[in-house]
Design a binder for this molecule. Structure first.
Ligand SMILES: *[C@@H]1O[C@H](CO)[C@@H](O)[C@H](O)[C@H]1NC(C)=O
Ligand SMILES: *[C@@H]1O[C@H](CO)[C@@H](O)[C@H](O)[C@H]1NC(C)=O
Ligand SMILES: *[C@@H]1O[C@H](CO)[C@@H](O)[C@H](O)[C@H]1NC(C)=O
Length: 265
């Protein structure tokens, strides 16, 4: 009985943490460097050798939201929060190893559908001046065409690679309607209901390789996870993001379930 009560207590506390986020304002092609530690929920996914390869968002002290295609195996990853210039120690970083990764059961690597993943950390991140939780949209809430959102990351500046900039970069992009994004003029039927598109008709501003898994923030909430595209900043092809609001229930259930079982993973 005592155990059950304690279990419920931890469930409620941790569940509430998911909902009581502080509202934050929030690779980017055509963008600029972000102000230091201005996007406090963004995390860098790094190899155990310290090489940045994807972005993510801290959604709970123990959980990171990212893209399923960023899964290189829990044992090969290190999560870094509170970072600004990757590969440079600034004293604000917190490091945590994943305990396990949960990719969405519907994730399909050939269609990129349901490109979403949660990473449970071995130790919780400490929330402070440099690290906070990302506010998420409610289940099923949409974003209207033209709404200007912000995508941030440490990825490449342009396609064709080159050197990844070490400082966090950010750019604003407007939401593109699914109809236009899925049309024969663009992705020609490859856009599912679990995706949202964002970019300018003129191109030039976009997320790119290395930004994968990072947040697309609209009205202070993480509506998108950087997923895929066709080139970067191409006028014909906007960036494609996993629609987080389609997975809010799955996110909450995955986090909640791990505490409900009251077991240590
Ligand atoms: C992925 O999607 C393709 C195209 O719809 C389908 O043929 C394939 O079976 C799917 N793969 C998985 C693992 O679901
Ligand atoms: C759409 O997907 C098909 C099959 O995966 C692919 O051959 C085609 O190039 C894609 N088209 C665009 C515009 O992305
Ligand atoms: C995109 O187009 C394809 C092919 O016409 C269609 O099957 C799919 O449902 C469309 N996606 C959305 C989100 O409407």
């Amino acid at each position: 009985m005592m155990g059950l009560l304690m279990c419920l207590g931890c469930v409620l506390l941790d569940f509430m943490m998911v909902h009581s986020h502080v509202l934050m304002q929030g690779r980017i092609v055509g963008g600029h460097t972000a102000a230091p530690n201005s996007i406090k929920y963004i995390v860098s996914l790094q190899s155990t050798k310290g090489q940045h390869f994807c972005g993510g968002s801290l959604v709970h002290r123990y959980w990171v939201l990212t893209a399923a295609h960023c899964n290189i195996g829990a044992e090969h990853m290190m999560i870094v929060a509170g970072d600004y210039i990757v590969n440079t120690f600034e004293g604000t970083e917190q490091y945590a190893k994943p305990h396990r990764v949960v990719t969405h059961p519907l994730y399909n690597r050939s269609t990129n559908n349901a490109d979403i993943m949660l990473i449970k950390l071995r130790a919780p991140m400490v929330l402070n001046k440099y690290v906070s939780l990302a506010p998420l949209p409610r289940q099923g809430t949409g974003v209207v065409e033209g709404l200007v959102c912000r995508v941030s990351g440490w990825g490449y500046n342009n396609l064709g690679g080159g050197q990844a900039p070490f400082t966090l970069r950010t750019v604003t992009v407007p939401i593109v309607s699914t109809a236009r994004c899925n049309s024969s003029m663009s992705f020609n039927g490859n856009i599912t209901a679990n995706m949202i598109c964002a970019g300018y008709r003129t191109g030039g501003k976009d997320a790119c390789k290395g930004d994968s898994g990072g947040p697309l923030v609209c009205g202070g909430r993480v509506y998108g996870v950087v997923s895929w595209g066709n080139g970067c900043g191409d006028a014909k092809f906007p960036g494609v993001y996993t629609a987080v609001s389609k997975f809010r229930r799955w996110i909450d259930q995955t986090i909640y379930r791990s505490y409900l079982r009251c077991t240590k993973y």
